[in-house]
Design a protein around this ligand. Structure first.
Ligand code: FES
Length: 318
């Protein structure tokens, strides 16, 4: 399990929208909360044994509190169901340190942020950060209905450029190609939302020739192994000098842990980014939801919890 949990106290639970609550966490005992960047998430280690990652929505200038927004997922495998049904104010909760897989480039001339449903949580934090820095930014906020959209009041109070798209009011799903067209090529684009929206966002940005597209997935990407993925391969560990073998049916993370490697991990689903490991050689079969297409192509790192290998030999920088 992740080796760096800290103790938090559930300080406030708040209704945010239909099916969405926010959880405000404060340090418990002598714990100190580390500062975080906009776009970061934390893992909640729930009492039912599940570990779930949620984006921080409060301002990075807040000291001593982390706030996450949580949707009661209709297909919950026990995480959001527990939070909505059983988490109580006053409970202690181990959490991870904040981690950021969704970095904001504050040097961009202009930024367009796209949120789908509960994907508003990191996007809201990033949008506020850009505005606070006096940067040019606009928000496209999509949800099925207005009453299922969290933080609307807060966003309206920002007095900023916001386009709302509620499917029931517009009578259609958002057409990202229309909403994103006509921006200068050096604009930075960010999207957090359900998988089909992220896929549409990535292909739209590619089609419009926008090189700076950033995404954050909050559910397992569930990418199947590619056709040329190998069932068995050898793994050389550059720093420790060990050579391991991944046999059919074995998971690379398990093989590394079994060999005594000190690897941080949490979700085991290719979502949280905690197990990211530097790759020195080898052709990785990326199956995570953390790396962008460009990062996958660069082949410099991999999520060892879900990804595999397409070459006989893989060399990792551990
Ligand atoms: S453990 Fe979460 S991405 Fe690998």
């Amino acid at each position: 399990m992740s080796n760096s949990t800290i103790n938090a106290l559930v300080h406030t639970l708040r209704y945010e929208a239909e099916g969405i609550i926010s959880v405000e966490l404060r340090p418990y005992g002598d714990t100190v909360f580390a500062p975080f960047e906009a776009g970061s998430h934390i893992d909640l280690h729930l009492p039912n044994g599940l570990v779930r990652s949620y984006s921080l929505l409060n301002s990075p200038s807040d000291r001593g509190r982390y706030v996450v927004g949580i949707l009661r997922d209709r297909n919950s495998r026990g995480g959001s169901e527990f939070v909505h049904g059983q988490l109580r104010v006053g409970m202690q909760l181990p959490i991870s340190q904040p981690r950021n897989n969704f970095k904001l480039d504050t040097s961009a001339r202009h930024s367009v942020l796209v949120a789908g449903g509960i994907g508003i949580t990191p996007i809201y934090c990033m949008f506020r950060q850009l505005l606070a820095l006096g940067k040019s930014a606009e928000l496209i906020y999509c949800a099925r209905t207005r009453k299922e959209a969290a933080l609307i009041e807060e966003i309206s109070g920002l007095n900023a450029r916001v386009l709302y798209h509620f499917n029931d009011e517009k009578g259609t799903m958002p057409d990202l190609a229309t909403y994103l067209a006509g921006q200068p090529a050096d604009t930075h684009f960010y999207c957090c939302g359900p998988t089909p929206m992220l896929d549409a966002f990535e292909s739209t940005c590619e089609g419009l020739g926008y090189p700076h597209a950033h995404i954050e997935r909050f559910t397992a990407a569930e990418l199947p192994p590619s056709e040329d993925a190998l069932n068995s391969y050898s793994v050389e560990l550059k720093k420790s000098g060990k050579t391991l073998s991944v046999e059919p049916g074995l998971n690379l993370l398990d093989v590394l842990l079994e060999a005594g490697c000190d690897i941080d991990y949490s979700c085991r689903e290719g979502v949280c980014g905690s197990c990211e490991t530097k790759v020195l050689e080898g052709d990785v079969d990326h199956r995570d939801g953390v790396l962008t297409k460009a990062e996958r192509a660069a082949n410099k790192s991999m999520m060892v919890c879900v990804s595999g290998c397409k070459s006989r030999r893989l060399v990792l920088d551990i």
